[in-house]
Design a protein around this ligand. Structure first.
Ligand SMILES: Nc1nc2c(ncn2[C@@H]2O[C@H](COP(=O)(O)OP(=O)(O)OP(=O)(O)O)[C@@H](O)[C@H]2O)c(=O)[nH]1
Ligand SMILES: [Mg+2]
Length: 311
């Protein structure tokens, strides 16, 4: 193990790939690696890229990575959507091709299934991000599919969250009303080559003007990710947000929130796993049946399961 850790710390990509696999599989060995490497993390700026299906998250992530490379930074990418083009090595855009990124030693791309072995989403993503961070990438970009819980998860994982919107869909404004806008640190209007981009920008500006006085207004940036356009302004907006986090003292606060979120998410996953392991299937079935028959309420049943493994 020490040898692999050493090669990892020396910057060998093969060692990185092996460590990520172990960590992702949530083996005891993986946890040992994480324990050894975690103290080396905490230096990267982590960026979550979220938004609706097909909004251009993968394209934008690739184009943003290319922009950071132009600026001389290294980039790790975690793509958390199994349907993501990253997992198929597909073309990302006219100018930025996955192959270019894959050949660049300053970029490392890792696709992940959206569910970990324990059935929990957050712990494994956080762990893979920590490993990439520890490897020394300046930026770690995390693409997640924008449905349901994932936005909340990515917001908890990344220091800066980019929300990708598209003109002419109408969905976005609905999503904003549902409170998703609150998680966005940078609002991107992608597919600006389509009609309606400026209208969407105005709508977003109007929405932001309703935010409570004194709260930070996220920047709104138009991009045509497929042509690599607007990414310099996205990178600037991220830098501006980073600056804000530092000067407002929120960076330290955010790290505290993230650490708490991670520890509790892992503790929850451990307890659930213990309950699954420690409860014979027949016993679980019997308990569930009593709940279904209204002989027992679900809280009492769950308490019984938890008590059996935590006593
Ligand atoms: N016209 C136009 N098309 C774009 C732009 N950015 C992405 N696309 C296209 O939009 C489609 C979806 O892009 P992706 O990058 O795969 O979007 P995604 O959000 O990652 O999609 P999922 O991960 O499947 O939810 C692809 O056909 C892209 O080529 C853009 O700026 N303009
Ligand atoms: Mg994608």
């Amino acid at each position: 193990m020490d040898d692999l850790v050493q090669r990892f710390l020396n910057g060998e990509r093969r060692a990185l790939a092996r460590v990520i696999s172990r960590v992702e599989n949530q083996t005891a060995e993986g946890r040992e690696y994480l324990r050894a490497l975690f103290p080396h993390s905490g230096k990267a700026h982590t960026i979550g890229v979220t938004g609706g299906a097909g909004a251009g998250k993968s394209t934008l992530t690739g184009a943003l990575a290319a922009e950071y490379r132009r600026r001389g930074h290294t980039v790790g990418i975690v793509a958390v959507d199994p349907s993501s083009p990253f997992s198929h090595g597909a073309i990302l855009g006219d100018r930025i091709r996955m192959q270019d990124l894959a050949l660049d030693p300053g970029v490392y791309v890792r696709s992940m299934a959206s569910r970990g072995a324990l059935g929990g989403l957050a712990p494994t993503i956080d762990d893979v991000v920590s490993v990439m961070d520890a490897f020394g990438f300046d930026y770690v970009l995390i693409e997640t599919v924008g449905a349901g819980q994932d936005e909340v998860e990515v917001a908890g994982t990344a220091l800066t969250t980019i929300l990708v919107n598209n003109p002419g869909t109408g969905d976005d404004i609905q999503a904003m009303k549902a409170g998703i806008i609150e998680i966005a640190d940078v609002l991107v209007v992608n597919k600006a080559d389509h009609p309606g981009a400026d209208i969407l920008v105005s709508q977003l500006q109007a929405l932001l003007s309703l935010a409570p006085a004194g709260s930070r207004r996220p920047a709104i940036v138009k991009t045509t990710a497929i042509k690599g356009e607007g990414l310099d302004r996205v990178a600037d907006a991220v830098a501006e947000h980073r600056q804000y986090l530092e000067t407002s003292g929120q960076l330290a606060e955010q790290r505290g929130i993230d650490a708490r979120h991670q520890v509790l998410a892992i503790a929850r996953a451990i307890l659930l796993e213990r309950i699954r392991q420690g409860t014979p299937e027949a016993e679980l079935n019997a308990l569930v049946e009593r709940v279904a028959n209204r002989e027992l309420d679900p809280h009492t049943a769950a308490e019984a399961l938890a008590a059996a493994v935590t006593a």
